[in-house]
Design a protein around this ligand. Structure first.
Ligand code: NAD
Length: 482
């Protein structure tokens, strides 16, 4: 059955499909047309109580089920995702405005992320310690019970499925809260997992962040919170979690630098810089977008020519069309926010090389032209704050110490990107950049299992790795006197 976004959906709580207890609903808006597609429940505290009670009831048996049983469920889930990939990609495109080619790429990579955690599930193990002949000392890793998984709007299905896998593999029940703007595919995920997981092991609570999101973080029987989203919300989560001294991991925003060294060919480097913005994946709405381009002064002219040419080739339009590179941004308030950043760039004295507003001929929908600013200084708003859209700021550099200091001068530290043919320069720069993940001569491709997570205000903890699996366990030491 193809998924129809045009419907009033129910959410999945404690093994049942349900409306919000108080009947509240949120509209689902098509970002390409601004038309209403349907509605989803706006969950509240009563719904959370049901989900938490169901998780509490399911948790002991799920923890005792053993990793083989849990890994088998995840493997089956991965297979079902692969079977339905095209449908889910179309649904995410309708819901988010991300181009269909980008959402196909999201769906293509998701099954392997789920399989990865199925594969490493038995690594949630302990150790023994030398304690002498009269004592046995060892550690065991046990799940938390209920884990809150709060996710943003930019990779709806990929995050929903990819981010439940580690906590489930480790033996937890998961309370998943998708972004209120892009909830549809998370509900499809619940449908795919419905007969694979015992009731209560997975609940999907749709609704607003300030309502169900805040309630989840504040609930006394949800001891582990994993949040992916913006820095300001991350701070709110951290504050609210303090009351119950929860274990929190945060995957937050970035204002990522790409450093173009003088020894590279400017044409391919400019194309790579565009690719590293993730425009054709999610319209530049990516935490990993390298939106600060530090281009060596010797390359400035040819680099800017190649950059303008490449950006000019990008097709903005219907996100469902195979030849579209950039669709609309995901929701109205974000569209206004990105346009306000472009206005700030102009007001503060930067020069628009290309783009700069709503594309001509696209009067409806949350569209923004891919935009490149030059003559940017480090003090400007567009060089300091995450825009989370198709906006690039080009800055020049000459001295390597100075470019490192400027790259590191923002509060963020998620990723950084270096382009050079000089092996020593590459490793030295990688060592000095304040970022949790550094790409050298690459555009965001991350091998499975390599830890991802920000430094500084960009987050706490690592995901996509063994560290993530272990973060959903608590270690207990047992000392036995023999
Ligand atoms: P956001 O912070 O507005 O919302 C993220 C999620 O938090 C949503 O589900 C939202 O409903 C919920 N939320 C909002 N207020 C809450 C509260 N008080 N308590 C609990 N939950 C609450 O972020 P967004 O606009 O959806 O996403 C964009 C941001 O996410 C960007 O900053 C981007 O860089 C970041 N991001 C980071 C990563 C990463 O891996 N580091 C990945 C993707 C996106």
């Amino acid at each position: 059955m193809p998924v129809r976004p045009e419907a009033d959906r129910r959410m999945f709580v404690g093994g049942e499909w349900t409306d919000a207890a108080d009947g509240a609903r949120l509209p689902v808006i098509d970002p390409a047309t601004e038309e209403r597609l349907g509605t989803v429940p706006d969950a509240g505290p009563d719904d959370l109580e049901r989900a938490v009670a169901a998780a509490g009831a399911a948790a002991p048996a799920w923890a005792d089920a053993g990793w083989q049983r849990r890994a088998a469920a995840l493997r089956e889930l991965a297979g079902r995702i692969a079977e339905r990939a095209e449908e889910l990609a179309v649904l995410d495109t309708r819901d988010s405005g991300n181009p269909i080619t980008g959402m196909r790429a999201d769906l293509a990579s998701t099954p392997s992320e789920v399989l990865y955690y199925a594969g490493i599930a038995p690594e949630a193990k302990g150790a023994t310690f030398p304690a002498g002949p009269d004592m046995l000392a060892y550690t065991v890793r046990q799940p938390y019970g209920a884990v809150a998984r709060i996710i943003p709007f930019n990779h709806p299905f990929k995050f929903a499925a990819g981010k439940i896998a580690a906590p489930l593999a480790a033996g937890n029940c998961v309370l998943l809260k998708p972004a209120e703007q892009t909830s549809l595919s998370a509900l499809e995920l619940a449908g795919l997992a419905e007969d694979l997981l015992p009731p209560g092991v997975l609940s999907v609570l749709t609704g607003r962040g300030e309502r169900i999101g805040a309630a989840l973080v504040g609930h006394g029987r949800v001891p582990r919170v994993a949040f992916t989203g913006s820095v300001p919300t991350g701070r709110r989560v951290l504050r609210a979690a303090a009351r119950h001294v929860k274990h929190v991991s945060l995957e937050l925003g970035g204002k990522n630098p790409i450093i173009i060294c003088p020894d590279v060919d400017p044409g391919p480097a400019a194309r790579a810089a565009v690719k590293a913005m993730n425009l054709a994946r999610c319209n530049g709405q990516s935490c990993g977008s390298t939106s600060r381009l530090f281009v060596h002064d010797d390359l400035r002219g040819p680099f800017l020519d190649a950059l303008a040419e490449r950006v000019g080739e990008l097709r903005v339009g219907d996100p469902l069309a195979d030849d579209t590179d950039i669709g609309p941004l995901t929701f109205a308030a974000h569209h206004e926010r990105v346009l306000a950043y472009i206005a700030a760039g102009r007001r503060e004295g930067a020069t628009v090389l290309t783009g700069g507003g709503r594309p001509p001929g696209l009067e409806r929908g949350f569209f923004v032209e891919p935009t490149v600013f030059t003559d940017v200084t480090g003090a400007m708003t567009i060089a300091r704050e995450e825009i989370f859209g198709p906006v690039m700021a080009v800055l020049g550099w000459r001295d390597v110490d100075e470019v490192v200091a400027r790259a590191n001068s923002v509060e963020y530290g998620l990723v950084a990107n270096v382009w050079t043919r000089d092996v020593s320069a590459a490793h030295r720069l990688a060592g000095r950049l304040e970022a949790g993940y550094v790409y050298v001569n690459g555009t965001g491709k991350r091998p499975l299992g390599t830890p991802f997570g920000g430094w500084k205000h960009s987050g706490m903890g690592k995901e996509n790795s063994l560290e993530e699996l272990l973060s959903y366990t608590r270690s207990k030491t047992v000392a036995v006197t023999l």
